[in-house]
Design a protein around this ligand. Structure first.
Ligand code: HEC
Length: 401
């Protein structure tokens, strides 16, 4: 049942996220491409012509407001709210309902499911308050300093959750906290401020320009957080990324890489040329290379592996013993879930279609076994079956042959 709910909620979440990010990219682009023409009224900042789906669109942006407020003004807010709401449900279904498997890592911290859930939910709420306070503090007058502080805090968040949660949960929690701040910006700051401005205009008052400045700061944050958040959301499918013992360092690199790529689009769309748009892609590529290189550095947990494989001399008997031993381990630690007919409660079918209950199947999925339980400790999930480092070392030796 959990799987079906997760599937439908994930579907809704991805669709909502596409509409949110899509409309937000569209408006960023629209803003950047507006052109002023000579005979325009002062209240119009610029206009833009587009063609799409068989028709031509003519958009004008009013910086302050049109002379008469249209009664059918369209607001873009449900894209954001729906993304957050479906995301919160998905987090609850996968990581809270399945806390023992997905959220917790007994090797890191001895938490009960409820403690883990409290830390996760508390982080979403607490993260927003810390962020909001910073944006209201005098720091807001120095956006670059504020950026640096936020960067440090996000990295610290990834580090702190990495100490108590499974790798994938630490990545996801960090992304979910950033995304919560983004929707919080829309729900609690940008839209309410816009409503004040609209009400002022309708009443014939001149709106305080501070509302526009506040909204600008928050929407700039949202803009630069978008790509890193999506990376963190997707990372939980890749143990090569979330399984790294210093995952927080990867998060820091991803933050910079995502922001640099976003910066290219923001600059390019204004029509900038030359050096202004030349440095971002090479820097992003260098950062991507750094991320891959860092993720591939042999991790400390591999140390026992080398000792074990050094003592294997490759004779036939040893190889046979090793086969038998590796099979025994996988049968004991993995096959309760990874089986044609899993016996583990709540696992109706072999996860990812990967069944491991025969030596042939083990050989077929050898690379995946390596990725999930030797190179990283992503499997067994939450180490519920209590796999030891020595057993991982034996698997490593078996895989090495
Ligand atoms: C408690 C049940 C459980 C145990 C025990 C377990 N796994 Fe998994 N495994 C899962 C689940 C659930 C997934 C899907 C995770 C996801 O959604 O990303 C998975 C995913 C995987 C995948 C990726 C499948 C894909 O989608 O390509 C591999 C490979 C894997 N496990 C190997 C192992 C190995 C090797 C062991 C033993 C060392 C093991 N697992 C133990 C539940 C388990």
């Amino acid at each position: 049942m959990q799987d079906f709910i997760a599937m439908f909620v994930r579907w809704a979440h991805v669709v909502a996220g596409i509409s949110w990010i899509g409309s937000s990219f569209y408006f960023m682009w629209l803003d950047a491409t507006l052109k002023r023409r000579a005979n325009m009224p002062d209240s119009v900042k610029g206009e833009n012509w587009t063609v799409h789906g068989g028709g031509f669109y003519h958009t004008q942006k009013y910086l302050v407001a049109p002379e008469a407020m249209p009664n059918d003004l369209h607001w873009f807010k449900w894209e954001s709210y729906a993304t957050w709401l479906t995301g919160a449900v998905l987090l609850a279904v996968v990581y809270w309902w399945g806390a023992e498997l997905y959220l917790l890592d007994p090797a890191k911290a001895d938490l009960s499911a409820w403690q883990g859930i409290a830390l996760s939910a508390g982080g979403l709420v607490g993260g927003w308050f810390v962020y909001d306070l910073l944006c209201r503090s005098p720091l807001a007058r120095q956006p670059m300093v504020l950026f640096a502080v936020l960067f440090a805090l996000i990295t610290l968040t990834a580090y702190a959750y990495g100490l108590v949660f499974s790798g994938r949960a630490a990545f996801l929690q960090t992304g979910a906290m950033m995304a919560t701040a983004m929707t919080g910006n829309v729900f609690l700051i940008i839209i309410p401020n816009q409503k004040i401005v609209v009400a002022d205009l309708i009443a014939g008052r001149t709106p305080d320009p501070k509302y526009g400045q506040i909204a600008k700061l928050r929407s700039t944050h949202n803009n630069y957080l978008t790509l890193p958040v999506i990376f963190l959301m997707l990372s939980n499918h890749y143990p090569v990324v979330f399984g790294h013992p210093q995952g927080w360092a990867l998060v820091a690199l991803v933050l910079i890489m995502g922001a640099v790529v976003r910066h290219w689009f923001n600059t390019y769309e204004t029509g900038a040329k030359g050096a202004q748009i030349a440095w971002q892609w090479p820097s992003a590529a260098a950062l991507a290379a750094a991320i891959i290189a860092f993720a591939m550095i042999p991790v400390s947990s591999v140390a026992p592996v080398q000792t074990a494989s050094a003592s294997i001399d490759g004779t036939v008997e040893v190889n046979e013993r090793l086969d038998a031993l590796a099979f025994e381990i996988v049968e004991a630690r993995c096959a309760a879930c990874h089986h044609d007919t899993p016996t583990f409660a709540g696992i109706p079918v072999a996860p990812g279609g990967v069944a491991l209950h025969t030596p042939e199947l083990m050989r077929r999925y050898a690379d995946q076994i390596y990725a999930q339980s030797v190179a990283t400790q992503a499997m067994p999930l939450g180490n519920v079956t209590g796999m030891t480092d020595d057993e991982r070392a034996v698997l490593a030796a078996w895989l090495k042959r």
